[in-house]
Design a protein around this ligand. Structure first.
Ligand code: GAL
Length: 821
């Protein structure tokens, strides 16, 4: 049959991951396509990085999996008995379960993993799963969103592939290896001996795993790419659909595109009829869709459409593919900065790694949401996924909540492996409206300031532009701005004002756009006001503002319209890089919030100038027993025009607040109540009070959510606080809390934000300790516990007790009902 010539087509080699969240799958996917989560019911055991015998004798047989197809041996073989292995659910990070040691890697947070620890650096995972007889004739693949790192995968003893990067999503076609109407076995060997980044990276299958089943004729994985142009009150969408015909014969079909609004009502639809595609070929087909009066995706209203792509063959819908999209335009201007939908927006961002207290890198989706909400609460509107492609669910949350993303590649280079990783990541992420800019690399010290850097940057940008020409590219550069990558990057990524002269660079390269890819924060430990460096903690007042820090950084960027904005280093604390300290400090102190997400004082500086609501924050706390009569520096973060400070009802004077500033008083300490009142045009608009407290008397539990989904994935993030008898938060209390849980829930992890804590974050069941007792100290009054549901609905009861204090009981409800978060 004749191919319609007006269809443009080209072929991509693409392996990648989905654009839908689990919720959409349940609501929208018909039987033609299944996107099935494979997170529950795995078995896990340590192998060994250097001793084959301890690594389940893999590769010691006469024929191995590399010699003959289907010869997976050792733990990769179907017959292998894994009943003594530990049961785990994904996502899973085994590094977070390990103890700390002063001889382990500084940059990776002193966890006992890496080449020095071969016995804890290789992990094996196995899972059995059923495939129905009726699945024969469908195309089936297994999708790993991220395994850290160097993962080798077998299905029914067949070696299906290896992925070295811990940040790449991999998809393996397993159709021909499966036992239909029978049990199947997946085995995964993960080798985390070698580090990929210079920060804590976790270890294991730390992102979701999916099983995808489609018709032989289907939309390829991540096979749609939708871009929009806005003309007056209309949007013109260009929809590219990559169709994969796995039949051995030519197929004739219609592609139907249906744009759905948030109520799943059709907005507009478009058909491309009688298209043909020869057997075993993939083609990308183009369609234009005009949308009258579109609701644009914006920060205030992150409106998401769904594009339902039907492939109709012989009158039957053989595949339905859902793409979540936002209609919006983005533009960087060398003189005027960044524009979203034609509106100028200053990027107020943070850099973030991907680990959280308690769970390491194995973040449940609900925790991604918790983190993005925390950053938004401060008025931040952007995240840089430093320095790697993120978990797809982070981008889903950013789409849903209206958070801009600078989406970053891992390693720079121009060879097949680099390009393959770059392409997979961009094809996976390019439909997300939140992604406004791609970063192709960060601080590549060997090349960033020389000719090689200039050439590699140019070559990578040219390659990447073929995958997405609707967005620009940046490279984050830490020096030699005028001589290397900084001469060819489309958008210059400045890492730190102090590393060069931004104004001069801009004058030399007036056509280049600019963004602060990294800027220094006021670093320190939450709730600490004097350095305790030998014990691994720094005062939260470090480096501010006279030297470098959050305030001077923000003022610099806010003053220059040609700079599109900045990303502070970092939003959240992360494990590793406890610079400038080292052991016993194990976590970074760069964050604006700590590892749990508890705000440090500087959070309120940014909230004052980034947010839209009146803010008042008093630093430090008012528990200075023994320092009576001594001067204590009191700092006020607020956006009120005028502030009055009162100690024990006595005014210490009024001061005017400067834009982007803060205020200070020296106050002779006396126990009592300190009040700060904020005025606008003489009227009181905001007030804050802190007081000298008594010793802690009770434990308080507060959950971010009390109704959870009984899906074995949902989590509640619970704050543990210590209060005194008068119900005042005690900011200096470090008491050990013991947790017990009953009902259909389990503890996913505990933390407290202390950058030098060596307490366990996980209490793993062992044969000798089948019921370990979960414990954690509060740190400066706070701790966090994360509770995960099981697949059983019901009441989950959490009790938190501490010696001599009134315990707290919290009840959560886990349900199968549809719940609104
Ligand atoms: C930057 C680097 C970051 C982090 C930071 C710590 O140079 O890009 O990844 O290491 O320094 O100060």
């Amino acid at each position: 049959m004749k191919v319609k010539i007006k269809l443009l087509f080209f072929i991509f080699i693409v392996v990648s991951v989905p654009v839908f969240s689990q919720k959409q799958v349940v609501e929208l996917l018909p039987a033609t396509r299944e996107h099935q989560l494979m997170d529950l019911g795995w078995r896990f055991a340590f192998g060994h990085a250097t001793d084959f015998a301890k690594d389940f004798e893999t590769s010691t047989g006469y024929f191995t999996y590399l010699a003959k197809a289907g010869y997976g041996d050792g733990a990769a073989s179907v017959q292998f008995k894994d009943s003594t292995w530990r049961e785990v659910d994904l996502p899973h990070d085994w590094a977070v379960e390990l103890p700390f040691s002063g001889s382990a890697s500084h940059s990776h947070g002193y966890k006992t993993i890496g080449w020095k620890y071969p016995e804890t650096s290789v992990g094996w995972y196995r899972k059995k799963f059923d495939i129905q007889a009726s699945d024969l004739g469908r195309k089936i693949n297994i999708q790993f969103d991220g395994i850290h790192r160097n993962s080798t995968v077998w299905v029914n003893g067949f070696y299906v592939g290896n992925e070295k990067s811990g940040y790449a999503s991999s998809v393996y076609d397993i159709t021909d290896y499966l036992n239909y109407g029978a049990v199947n076995t997946i085995a995964v060997r993960v080798d985390a001996s070698m580090e990929e980044g210079w920060y804590y990276e976790g270890a294991g299958i730390y992102r979701h795993v999916w099983l995808n089943k489609t018709n032989m004729l289907h939309v390829a994985q991540n096979g749609t790419f939708v871009t929009s142009e806005i003309n007056g009150d209309k949007a013109e969408l260009t929809v590219r659909t990559k169709v994969d015909n796995q039949y051995d014969h030519l197929s004739t079909f219609t592609i139907e595109q249906i744009l759905l609004d948030t109520n799943n009502q059709t907005v507009v639809s478009e058909k491309l009829e009688n298209t043909t595609l020869r057997g075993n070929l993939m083609n990308t087909l183009y369609q234009k869709i005009s949308v009258p009066n579109p609701t644009l995706w914006s920060l205030e209203n992150p409106y998401l459409y769904k594009l339902k792509t039907n492939i109709i063959s012989d009158g039957l819908v053989v595949d339905t593919y859902i793409s979540t999209i936002g209609i919006r335009t983005v533009r960087f201007d060398p003189d005027l900065g960044f524009f979203l939908n034609g509106k100028s927006i200053k990027i107020k961002g943070t850099n973030d790694h991907q680990d959280h207290a308690g769970v390491g890198t194995a973040l449940p989706d609900a925790l991604q949401e918790f983190r993005v909400k925390k950053l938004k609460e401060m008025g931040s509107n952007a995240i840089r996924t430093s320095h790697n492609p993120p978990t797809p669910e982070l981008l889903d949350v950013c789409d849903q909540l209206g958070m801009l993303v600078l989406d970053e590649n891992r390693l720079m280079g121009i060879n097949q492996e680099h390009f393959d990783l770059l392409e997979r990541f961009m094809v996976r992420d390019r439909n997300h409206p939140s992604v406004i800019l791609w970063s192709i690399g960060n601080e590549e010290w060997a090349i960033e300031s020389n000719e090689k850097g200039a050439r590699i940057t140019k070559t990578m940008q040219e390659f990447a532009q073929k995958i997405d020409s609707s967005r620009a590219f940046t490279v984050a550069v830490s020096g030699g701005w005028d001589s290397g990558s900084g001469t060819t990057a489309q958008v210059m990524g400045y890492n730190y004002i102090v590393q060069g002269n931004i104004d001069e660079h801009h004058m030399k390269f007036p056509l280049q756009c600019g963004i602060g890819t990294e800027e220094s924060n006021t670093i320190g430990t939450r709730g600490m006001y004097t350095d305790d460096k030998t014990n691994g903690r720094m005062a939260a007042t470090n480096r501010m503002p006279e030297n470098v820090g959050t305030e001077s950084g923000w003022k610099f960027y806010d003053d220059r319209p040609f700079l599109s904005g900045l990303f502070f280093w970092t939003g959240f604390d992360y494990r590793g890089e406890s610079n400038p300290l080292s052991w016993p400090a194990v976590n970074s102190e760069f964050g604006i919030v700590d590892l749990c997400g508890f705000p440090k004082d500087i959070f309120y500086y940014l909230k004052s100038w980034w947010g839209t609501k009146p803010v008042m924050h008093i630093m430090p706390h008012w528990n200075w027993k023994g320092r009576e009569g001594e001067n204590v520096k009191v700092t006020i973060y607020s956006n009120a025009e005028e502030i009055e400070l009162l100690l024990k009802n006595k005014s210490l004077g009024k001061k005017k607040m400067e834009r982007n500033g803060h205020l200070e008083w020296n106050v002779a300490y006396q126990p009592g109540t300190l009040v700060a009142n904020g005025f606008a045009k003489g009227k009181l608009i905001v007030s804050e009070q802190i007081e000298t407290t008594d010793a802690p008397a009770k434990v308080i539990l507060e959950s971010d959510r009390v109704v959870l989904k009984a899906d074995g994935e949902d989590v509640a993030v619970i704050t543990v606080q210590l209060k005194d008898n008068k119900n005042h938060f005690v900011p200096t209390a470090n008491n050990e809390i013991t947790f017990t849980i009953s009902g259909p829930g389990k503890i996913a992890g505990v933390g407290n934000g202390d950058p030098a804590s060596h307490e366990p974050e996980q209490f793993v069941k062992t044969v000798s300790d089948p019921l370990p007792q979960w414990k954690r100290k509060t740190f400066n009054g706070l701790a966090q516990i994360i509770i995960k549901t099981t697949t059983q609905p019901g009441k989950i009861t959490l009790t938190a007790s501490a010696d001599g204090l009134v315990p707290a009981i919290l009840i959560l409800r886990s349900t199968n009902d549809n719940i609104k978060k």
